[in-house]
Design a protein around this ligand. Structure first.
Ligand code: DSN
Length: 424
């Protein structure tokens, strides 16, 4: 069979795009060669519906060991007692949690998408908003920090069955103990979706959600630096509070309901090649080298936020505790859409993002979200951060000047030249 040059040429073009540009999308990262090798392995050929040791197909004795390794490694990483590593994505993981915990029409209290939340936390255009009755808390206008008083007020008035914390565009740490005290007052289960800061939590750089939140989900491809995918975890398993029992009358454990919600609830065959790549990434994350990487991600983000602020940019909440920041561009008279487009001209990749209390539509937006996980994987340290902020600022200030943008693009390529995608 001849080589499919149409596809492999495109893959090589994407490889070059990744090598040459400055990648600042807060949810992206660059994986190690071993993660890519596992994800592209012959395990893609195998069907393995079910769980290790309890499959619906023969020939699973090897993939059982792969999946068990992935489970053991993530349990060690987060000091938890149970994990399901099969969700194909973070959205699938969150879907499985709602399937395990809720009935259609039940109430969810989540973080407002336009304040930094995620589609699966109750947005009306997502399953979470279509199947459930949803309520939202947001950030305080004056501070940009989560408004826990508002969360409590809505929780006590509406008594949701599930409170979701976690975000896609929020640069501050979460007060999980406060959220637990609110949930206990209204009898809610808490889902912490730690997709963005998972790596920082694993490295001990942020508050630990596990002791306060009943269920934790994450994606594996953001700060965790693994293949695209999701995971569900519990530190403390518990009897489900809804009286769902086995034939012998014993209540089913939450872990058992979650396993069933993933398969057969919302997925078929697990992607064992991706699970192998997850196992490799979890192994890498269980190391001193990874913890050093995470500390550098945070140091780079803090410095970047402070340099932006010195240049007159408005960072929501006035800084960052994690790998990301949300920049409100209204003071500079530029929309998020125009900023994203201008930056792509100079080969700096960001995404336009709603800012809290935004007056623009989600297609235009007033802000951009910036993250440092990917550039740090390429070896960027503090001494390059000022240059990167300068290149962004120059691009935005010259967004209609083609000649200036060309010159900036050449500087971007020079800064990234010779850097591999992944450095350890
Ligand atoms: N789309 C992801 C992000 O960019 O944060 C969340 O799913």
């Amino acid at each position: 069979m001849s080589r499919d040059t149409a596809i492999f040429d495109l893959i090589e073009q994407e490889h070059q795009r990744q090598l040459e540009g400055i990648e600042l999308i807060a949810s992206e990262n660059f994986v190690s060669d071993q993660v890519r090798e596992a994800a592209g392995s012959v395990l893609t050929n195998k069907y393995a519906e079910g769980l290790p040791g309890k499959r619906y197909y023969g020939g699973c004795e090897i993939v059982d060991q792969v999946e068990n390794l992935a489970i053991e490694r993530i349990k060690k990483l987060f000091n938890c007692t149970w994990a399901n590593v099969q969700p194909h994505s973070g959205s699938q993981a969150n879907y499985a949690v709602t399937l395990a915990c809720l009935q259609p029409g039940d109430k969810i209290l989540g973080f407002d998408l336009s304040h930094g939340g995620h589609l699966t936390h109750g947005s009306p255009v997502n399953f979470s908003g279509k199947l459930f009755k949803t309520y939202f808390y947001g950030v305080k206008k004056e501070t940009g920090y989560v408004d826990y008083d508002q969360m409590e007020e809505i929780a006590l008035a509406e008594r949701p069955k599930l409170i979701i914390c976690g975000a896609s565009a929020y640069s501050r740490d979460w007060d999980y103990a406060r959220i637990r005290s609110i949930a206990d007052k209204c009898g809610a289960i808490i889902l912490a979706d730690i997709s963005h800061p998972a790596g920082l939590i694993a490295a001990g750089l942020l508050n630990d959600p596990f002791d306060h939140c009943h269920i934790v989900t994450t994606t594996t491809h953001k700060t965790l630096r693994g293949p695209r995918g999701g995971v569900i975890m519990l530190r403390h398993d518990f009897d489900n509070p809804w009286g769902i029992a086995l034939k012998n009358g014993t209540l089913r454990k939450m872990s058992s309901l979650l396993d069933s919600a993933v398969f057969p609830g919302c997925q078929g065959g697990p992607l064992e090649h991706v699970i192998a790549a997850k196992a490799v990434a979890f192994g890498e994350a269980n190391s001193e080298g990874y913890r050093t990487y995470m500390k550098q991600v945070v140091a780079n983000a803090r410095l970047m936020a402070s340099i932006f602020m010195n240049k007159g940019y408005h960072i929501i909440s006035g800084g960052t505790d994690n790998h990301s920041m949300l920049i409100d561009l209204r003071s500079k008279g530029i929309t998020g859409k125009d900023a994203e487009n201008a930056l792509s001209e100079t080969h700096i990749t960001v995404n336009k993002n709603m800012v809290p209390f935004d007056t623009e539509s989600p297609f235009v937006t007033s802000g951009i979200r910036v993250g440092t996980a990917a550039i740090t994987s390429r070896g960027i340290k503090e001494n390059d951060i000022e240059k990167i902020v300068d290149l962004i600022d120059q691009t935005l200030m010259n967004k209609d000047n083609e000649q200036a943008l060309k010159k900036i693009k050449a500087e971007v390529h020079a800064l990234m030249a010779g850097r591999p995608l992944f450095t350890w």
